[in-house]
Ligand binder design. Sequence first.
Ligand code: B12
Ligand code: SF4
Ligand code: SF4
Length: 340
Amino acid sequence: MSLKHEIKEFARSQGADLVAVAPIEVYSDYLAQVRDRLAETSADMRDYMIQPEDMSFFERLSSPREILPDARAIIVLGVYAYDETAVYAKTRNELRGKTARIYAYYPVVRQIAEKLAEFIEKRGYKAIQGQSIPLKYVADRIKLGTYGKNALLLTKQYGSYVALRNVITDLALPPDKLEKFTLPCEDCRVCLKACPTGALYAPYKVNPKLCINPLTRRQNYIPPELRSKMQNWISGCDICQEVCPVNRKLTVRQIDLRAGFDSRHHASHRYLDNIERTPHLTDILSEVYPDVIRRNAAIALANIGKGKRESLAALKRHIVSAPEELRDYYLWAIGALEDF
Ligand code: B12
Ligand code: SF4
Ligand code: SF4
């Protein structure tokens, strides 16, 4: 069995659903696209939740040899992230928030990448795992999937619900030549129309200043006109994936117990670890939760509108002890619910 074959088999045995080899290159077309995006949206690195506040993050992503100077191949890993805990049918009726489906699987794919790096190192080669390349761009180049107009990588088997990660190695592995998966994007604009904030401002392009994912995760002020568009997302947003016809054909996977990992207990978001993925929103207003999540819970309650009496009572109870920055959101939510 070739070493490449052994590597793929090992990655699959650890839980990888997708594994493919890409070449080492300077991905300069990607960097040009990043520069265009920054110019078109006037976004800065804070909007991307990236530090430091210069281009170095994206420059490093585009040059895998900055991570490993004698790198000779990139292994791209993917794990299917649409499991049975991620079916959100009743959240609004139950006054619950939603978290992006993929978050539970970032630790899964990370664990697989760590084990794969160890496996390669034991054979005498260097291997560094991370999210250290432009993952969608590289995966699209080797046809592991294709860019959808929602700016995500859509794969034939798992749609866009795929958590990606890479291992960069000095082991020479021949790149894969996969068959292109053609998407029904040509005559479709469903994701662009569904994005509630207009963050998908053109096909394949996201404005991070408007995307609900960073809005829910950063501490920055959220203006009222954006708050009312955030629905009940309290961490991330999956709308441009939920509506996509490719994803709508998917069936939910079983909880991932491969590699000894129980995704039910790993929301993985730094604020939501170790709690239920969709807690009761009135409970999240309590001060045991970080301010960002309390803010998002208040916004979600206002946007749900149902259960008005219970929501108003909780907001009025918690506003008394809420810090100054949060009061503005609680007051806004109370006003919105009273007008509902
Ligand atoms: C920065 C970042 C963000 C930013 C910016 C998003 C963006 N689209 O740029 C923010 C914080 C907004 C974000 C949000 C999300 N992210 Co994010 N993010 C990243 C990160 C770190 C880099 C992405 C990047 O390079 N952006 C810069 C832009 C310029 O690159 P790009 O989007 O690839 O742009 C390309 C297209 O526009 C294309 N293009 C332009 N014109 C045309 C025309 C045609 C015809 C075609 C085909 C292509 C094309 O060219 C550009 C460059 O190649 C990666 C991790 C990594 N290391 O790769 C994760 C990553 C992309 N994110 C991911 C996820 C899951 C999300 C969310 C879905 C999370 C959530 N549920 O809330 C949202 C989705 C928003 C969206 N619709 O894209 C996954 C994507 C998995 C997948 N299947 O695609 C990644 C790969 C993380 C991971 N480890 O799995 N993210
Ligand atoms: S919703 Fe339509 S346009 Fe958007 S990614 Fe899916 S197929 Fe493409
Ligand atoms: S994640 Fe939500 S806000 Fe961001 S581009 Fe997709 S639909 Fe729009």
